[in-house]
Design a protein around this ligand. Sequence first.
Ligand code: ATP
Ligand code: MG
Length: 585
Amino acid sequence: MNTSPMNHDVSHIADTTPEKTDFIRQIIRDDLASGKHRQIRTRFPPEPNGYLHIGHAKAICLNFGVGAEFGGRVNLRFDDTNPSKEDIEYVESIQSDVKWLGFDWAELRHASDYFETFYLCAEKLIRDGKAFVCDLNAEQVREYRGNLNEPGKNSPYRDRSAEENLDLFRRMRAGEFEDGARTLRAKIDMGSGNINLRDPAIYRIRHVSHQNTGDAWCIYPMYDYAHCISDALEGITHSLCTLEFEDHRPLYDWCIDNIDLAGHAPLWQNLVDRGFKTDVSKPRQIEFSRLNINFTVMSKRKLMALVTDGLVKGWDDPRMPTLCGLRRRGYTPASMRLFADRIGISKQNSLIDFSVLEGCVREDLDAKGQRRLAVIDPIKLVIKNLPEDFSDTLHFSNHPKDESAGKREVPLSREVWIERDDFMEVPPKGFHRLVPGGEVRLRGVGIVKCIDVIKNGDDIVQLHGELDLDSRPGLPGSERKVKGTIHWVSAKHGVEAEVRLYDRLFTVANPDDDSDGKTYRDYLNPDSVRIVKAYVEPAAASLPAETNIQFERLGYFVTDRLDHSAGKPVFNRTVTLRDVWAKGV
Ligand code: ATP
Ligand code: MG
């Protein structure tokens, strides 16, 4: 008998689904066919300034997915050029989330590994007359920049000599100037129609320590400058990013072309000396649309506020769209990858319905989650025609569609818990469960008739029933039809458990909409969590932490990965069996 619970499966769904044909994979196929690349390289480049969310899962599944499908290499690179918001806590959580999703990186890198190279590249740009130190303050820079309709004006510092620029830049590095006093800017074109090319800043002064480099630096490179050089140093062939970077692509290409890493090995020799492998490439940036999902917020700033203001219980609160939150909620890595496959990759911005995500976890858990019995709003049913000390052990299939999941023992006694709402004293028409004098099938036991309702005032405290002994499984009477079947848990054997009934965190489809003066905080769902006491069968209580199951008729649940133990079982509801939001949307 195999009663081992489902384990998190890391086999890649990509292996079994048909070949994907999105435009990025098409480009990669062409590049391999034409011989432009013999092997592709991609990277996932999070900034360690928060926890990863479901939007990141799309980018992770894309980068690691194409790596696996085309025999490429994929790096995890921390884009850590903005030290004031970054923290080692995020560096660690990001690694664990990527691994949980089922992916592993060829190399773990930090943009900060390349700070010296970035610096040398900047000196080269200065010597080539392509970068200058600018003394304008932030406000003046804005004024000089122009706007979409007007060209910008050259900075008065634009024509400094290379010698003066080099001297000032070195003194910036040496810490002679305070934050914001000067910047290093690329010298491109203040008249460009693309504002990103109007002499963008590539270095700024920040006297803050960095989670990876400590106090070694007080100047830090800007994202646009650091990202493309990092890609080139790692030999990235296809630099996949979201659409908001489309307008930055000319700057990406400008840096790559003007720095010309391939032609100037001394720029990265120090990396080789420090043991880093480099395989300098000319990467190509390709943009795809971000994932947006309704009924949630995804900006790191808002997620951070939910945590710091105590509106949820931490980054891994099961209501959060973070990967660690979804994990704690019971979402499986396979369900996340299925979701990424299902939404696909394109350049069209769209809003994905939350039910698509829920559909994916239902599909995965329907296939893999073992079945168990639990009663979450219990009322006792005493089967009067069984002896007081009656006890039996039933054998239930762990999975209705998968014999290999085996069977488990389910104890039965004279008293069982059933759901309070499976009984109605005055039933509406069409109610097919238990009513006074009526019959219902107790799952796997037989047909029970309600012969008495014990009340205390208006409160129903207990039900009395009579089991049709001929209707027990295997006996001829078991064929007899009754309309309803309900689940139960033996009162003598049932284990008390805490069940956390989670629901969506927001009540409206677009909590980001603040047009009427309300904010996402005004749309928090007051019923997003309800904690109840329940009774579960022993084979549910004894499951290891983080096991996904279906409680029959109730939904998909997971044993909480932190709080659950056999002695004190805790179950989180992942999702209901059916979409209960569809009609309300
Ligand atoms: P923030 O600007 O708040 O830091 P971010 O989205 O830029 O957030 P990063 O850590 O820089 O966060 O993102 C890492 C990678 O994940 C980037 O390549 C980014 O494009 C991608 N990514 C982030 N959010 C989404 C999303 N909603 N859909 C698809 N990809 C995303
Ligand atoms: Mg970012």
